[in-house]
Design a protein around this ligand. Structure first.
Ligand code: HEM
Ligand SMILES: *[C@@H]1O[C@H](CO)[C@@H](O)[C@H](O)[C@H]1NC(C)=O
Ligand SMILES: *[C@@H]1O[C@H](CO)[C@@H](O)[C@H](O)[C@H]1NC(C)=O
Length: 330
């Protein structure tokens, strides 16, 4: 993968921004007067964070995804539960969300430089972009001006996040509810080129798949059987929580096309990954990128879809607040 920093032409950004009414007030350079060094500060901290812990790139990207899918990109995923309220981060699909400490660290630097100015939602959006860049993935311009929400709900997180066992119709429906289409689904699933997963996210495919006759306790036939044998060494039973598996074995710290190579060979880890082979549009895309001849196209597509995801349900103007600390309301 030679493409280090594929910066999208601004024209594309303008088109994407114009196509999403909710994002009307997000703007490249939003903090140019109030905190001109915002991007440098985030990048500088991210370089240190990823140098110390390269495996945090995945978790930080995933945090932004979970944030945007529940109540829009409003940093609600960062809030702690309180006495009367169970927050998103304590919902079941949270299992394994990581990177909260890094967000607080970057936010503290920004508070020192420009107190009360930069939202946690913008911090997380920039951090996820930088995580991809530092993992050797594409670069794209991030429009800013998101405001932080004042609520966070575990129930909503459980309902709005796509489940690991989702099929394409179900995943497409959830994505459509965020104004994201089938192409965004197959492109953003490429984020699974980074990171690791716990056994309960895929154990049912190894031990308790259901056959056509309704019998269960089978190995998922859509999973390559040699690969299933390997996975069973790491994931020993339906409730084994001890080991992590790389979703893109061999390059889980590098943002590249190899996730699609695995999926094309029926080695996608989750049912949601395997499902991409069951629909014409998503299968064509998987097989195309898997050839390795369309890396630049994938990088450009990923940049565009990330910009769209970063626009979902944002709060702007006088809505919400600018949190001082990301885990607690002002
Ligand atoms: C298409 C629907 C999706 C489903 C069903 C899904 C599901 C999952 C699951 C079950 C895990 C593993 C959790 C664990 O066991 O620890 C995971 C990890 C991850 N997901 Fe997704 N995901 C989806 C889309 C996305 C998107 C859109 C992104 C980002 C743009 C993303 C980024 C990640 C990353 C980076 C990890 C690894 C996190 C780590 O290393 O801790 N996923 N996903
Ligand atoms: C995730 O939720 C569970 C309860 O469902 C909780 O015990 C756990 O601490 C949460 N994890 C994080 C990282 O917040
Ligand atoms: C296995 O799958 C069946 C059918 O979906 C389900 O009823 C059963 O609870 C599952 N077993 C376990 C241990 O999860």
């Amino acid at each position: 993968m030679a493409i280090r920093s594929l910066l999208l032409p601004l024209a594309i950004v303008a088109v994407l921004a114009a196509s999403s009414a909710a994002a009307a007030q997000l703007e490249i350079g939003f903090y140019r007067k109030t905190c001109p060094q915002v991007e440098e500060i985030v990048r500088e901290e991210m370089v240190k964070i990823i140098a110390a812990a390269p495996s945090l790139a995945g978790p930080l990207l995933r945090l932004h995804f979970h944030d945007c899918f529940v109540r829009g990109c409003d940093a609600s995923v960062l809030l702690d539960s309180t006495k009367g309220n169970v927050a998103e981060k304590d919902a079941k699909p949270n299992k394994s969300l990581r990177g909260f400490g890094s967000v607080e660290r970057v936010k503290a630097k920004l508070e020192a430089a420009c107190p009360g100015v930069v939202s946690c939602a913008d911090v997380l959006t920039l951090m996820s972009r930088d995580a991809v860049v530092l993992a050797k993935g594409p670069n794209w311009p991030v429009a800013l001006g998101r405001r932080d929400g004042r609520a966070s709900s575990a129930t909503e997180a459980s309902n709005e996040l796509p489940p690991a066992n989702g099929d394409v119709p179900m995943l497409a429906k959830i994505f459509a509810s965020k104004d994201l289409n089938l192409k965004d689904l197959v492109v953003l699933s490429g984020a699974h080129t980074l990171g690791t997963a716990h056994c309960p996210s895929y154990a049912d495919r190894l031990y308790n798949a259901t056959g056509n006759d309704g019998a269960y306790g089978l190995v998922d036939p859509s999973l390559d059987s040699e690969y299933a044998d390997k996975l069973r060494l790491k994931c020993k039973s339906l409730d084994d929580r001890s080991m992590l598996s790389e979703m893109d074995p061999g390059s889980y710290k590098t943002f590249d096309n190899s996730y699609y190579g695995h999926v094309a060979k029926r080695r996608g880890l989750f049912r949601s990954d395997a499902a991409l082979l069951t629909d014409d549009t998503t299968r064509d895309y998987v097989q195309r990128v898997a050839t390795g001849k369309f890396d630049a196209e994938f990088f450009k597509d990923f940049s565009e879809s990330m910009i769209k995801m970063g626009n979902v349900g944002v709060l702007t103007g006088a809505e919400g607040e600018i949190r001082k600390k990301c885990y607690v309301l002002n």
